[in-house]
Write a protein that binds this ligand. Structure first.
Ligand SMILES: [Zn+2]
Length: 376
């Protein structure tokens, strides 16, 4: 099925450049043998797949080995603390919290410490069938449709980095609303989409949601936003919208016109399409190639710069327990220092590449960066 109309606002949509002709990547690093063929809406600015992804495909993605939270327990805990601090500032002390897509339950545990009078119910398709349960916290395997009838209503419903993965954001929001207590609040966190960034490259991000797209989807679920804020710096390129059944409509803040956003997205994806060739040229003189960084950005290089990645014979990171499984062996940094003629492919997010490159150069290595081509 090819879509030319936006599923959120029914506006016209235009095709975006492909970052690779044959493959793309899920946010947990797995390669998908399909190009990333997305569209950009000229009405609300939403980004979405040119071919609709069915509910069955979505469930296949998450059912078994979706591993984002589990791949790195330490970052999972750090992320949970940062999100807890952000969310607690936006929600009055609730009694009954529902979190859809709760991962390991780390965020709910943090929130229950902050609000000792509250109970939490968490759902995630990647949890074991009989999820753990202790006192005030219950966790279960499933999607939003699997919330038991007797659970709730909830005065705080949270979905952190979930809505962009859903087949239909409006339907998702309606389902959350149906579990909401009178005067309850829904807190939606998702990647920022007012300018293109890494999130656009993930196949399982079925939607890139601008503020206008979020507000349009909320309105069709009879919800209105009482707040819309960008994440604090330590969390990164994310946004939060607080929805209520009876809130007065906020005025949308100025955003790039959708035509401009389309051009920016095409430019961004075009840069990713050129990256492999550029990195091959930049690394040509290195006798061997080691990647510094073993997380999501390294996985993006494996997916979208595969010819360069095939030259990488080892990965080095400061903390090996944080490295994803990406093929090449993970070696201690001190081993890399002893290699002469070794090029180091900087495989960390663009905004920290300059600092890292300085350190690698000081240590006598040859860093290969690409933040000049892709700055965010
Ligand atoms: Zn739209």
């Amino acid at each position: 099925m090819t879509q030319t109309r936006c599923p959120i606002c029914a506006g016209e949509a235009a095709g975006l450049a492909w970052p690779h002709p044959g493959q793309s990547m899920l946010s947990d690093g797995r390669i998908v043998q399909r190009p990333l063929a997305k569209l950009s809406c000229l009405g609300c600015g939403a980004g979405f797949h040119a071919s609709g992804i069915s509910g069955a495909e979505v469930r296949t993605i998450y059912d078994d080995d979706y591993a984002l939270a589990r791949s790195s327990p330490k970052s999972d805990a750090q992320r949970a603390r940062a999100y807890c601090n952000w969310i607690r500032a936006e929600a009055a002390a609730p009694l009954n919290i529902l979190e859809v897509g709760c991962g390991s339950g780390a965020l709910l545990r943090e929130l229950l410490q902050v609000w000792p009078g509250a109970c939490g119910f968490g759902l995630d398709p990647a949890l074991p069938a009989a999820g753990p349960s202790d006192g005030r916290l219950r966790l279960a395997r499933g999607f939003v449709a699997d919330i038991p009838e007797h659970a709730g209503p909830f005065d705080l419903v949270i979905a952190v980095n979930v809505i962009e993965h859903t087949e239909a954001p409006q339907t998702f929001l309606k389902a959350l609303r149906s579990r909401l207590a009178p005067n309850g609040r829904i807190v939606i966190v998702c990647p920022e989409a007012r300018s293109p960034n890494l999130e656009l490259l993930f196949f399982d991000h079925l939607y890139s949601l601008t503020q206008a797209a979020l507000l349009a989807a909320s309105a069709s679920a009879s919800l209105a936003a009482s707040r819309h804020v960008s994440a604090p710096r330590e969390i990164g390129d994310f946004q939060m919208v607080v929805l209520e059944a009876n809130a007065s409509r906020p005025t949308a803040s100025p955003a790039s016109p959708p035509q401009e956003l389309l051009a920016e997205r095409n430019d961004y994806l075009g840069r990713w399409a050129r990256l492999d060739q550029i990195l091959l040229e930049r690394s040509a003189s290195a006798a061997r190639l080691v990647a510094f960084g073993g997380g999501q950005t390294a996985a993006l290089l494996r997916a979208y710069a595969p010819r360069t990645w095939s030259r990488v014979d080892a990965i080095t990171v400061d903390d090996p327990s944080e490295a994803w499984t990406l093929g090449p062996a993970v070696v201690p940094y001190r081993d890399v220092l002893q290699q002469s003629g070794c090029g180091v492919l900087v495989a960390t997010s663009p905004h920290v590449q300059a600092v890292l490159a300085e350190r690698l150069s000081r240590d006598g290595l040859q860093p290969i960066t690409w933040n000049d081509l892709i700055p965010h």
